[in-house]
Design a protein around this ligand. Structure first.
Ligand code: ZN
Ligand code: FE
Length: 256
């Protein structure tokens, strides 16, 4: 089966909005439209008709374009049932494990609370792609605005359990500063050193560091590695459980 065509659109200061196009049916989704105009421009450029508006969570930089896009295209808004009250224009509410059909492409909804309580991710297994919003960033993770560290740790584990080749599409270009923080924790992680060099090279050229393969994230992202001895040692918590280690890493990043 043909895979989804994925377009990455840079918006606001450092946000990414995505277009997902199923060539077989013409169905086209936008993930996290911060603004409508850049999305409408790209749709016009490609000759695509928007059918789905997918929101990972309710923050303005992820839903700001909902109403204008819905009005302009007739696309339906899909978001978490837990966030039904705070997603502009919501048409269909989604639950954990629910499948979502985008033309011939099957997506799956994963509830990943932590950054917000109603945060979800959209996983398209056949296209080896997951859209994680502000839950997992390249070399980082979202701040805990609503959920607990234990919730976020569980959500990140849910994502790490997906196939290693999965491409992780997050909603912000935060990688360079995340890399600086990660390097303070794991000084002899070779994969991290290599990724950090690649990241600064990409940013120098003005290129995105997103997406990245899940296996690369698992080898380099300290927030996915809280169960490992190297990370426990880094925060001097060798006997602690992974969720507590994760909480300490998150706390340090908040003040980094
Ligand atoms: Zn957010
Ligand atoms: Fe955001």
């Amino acid at each position: 089966m043909a895979r989804l065509q994925i377009e990455q659109i840079s918006v606001l200061k450092d946000n990414y909005t995505y277009l997902l196009h199923d060539p077989a049916s013409g169905a086209t989704a936008v993930v996290d439209p911060a603004e409508a105009d850049p999305v409408l421009d790209r749709l016009r450029l490609r000759g695509w008709r928007l059918s789905h508006i997918l929101n990972t969570h309710h923050h303005a930089d992820h839903v700001g374009g909902n109403l204008q896009l819905r009005q302009a295209t007739g696309a339906k808004v899909f978001a978490s049932s837990n966030d039904a009250g705070r997603i502009p224009g919501i048409d269909e509410s989604l639950r954990d494990g629910q499948s979502l059909q985008l033309g011939t492409q099957a997506g799956q909804v994963l509830e990943v609370p932590g950054h917000t309580l109603g945060h979800i991710a959209f996983w398209f297994a056949d296209s080896e792609a997951i859209f994680v919003g502000d839950t997992l960033f390249m070399l980082g993770c979202g701040r805990l605005f609503e959920g607990s560290a234990a919730q976020m740790w569980a959500s990140l584990q849910k994502i790490s359990a997906l196939p290693p080749a999965t491409l992780v599409y997050c909603a912000h270009e935060y990688t360079e500063s995340n890399a600086r923080f990660a390097a303070t924790l794991e000084t002899d992680n070779q994969a991290l050193a290599a990724r950090r060099a690649e990241v600064s090279d990409l940013r120098e050229k003005g290129l995105p560091t997103v997406p990245a393969r899940l296996e690369v994230e698992c080898a380099t992202n300290p927030f996915l590695r809280a169960a490992l001895p190297s990370l426990k040692r880094a925060v001097a918590m060798t006997e602690a459980d992974p969720a507590a280690v994760f909480a300490e890493i998150r706390r340090r990043k908040d003040v980094f």
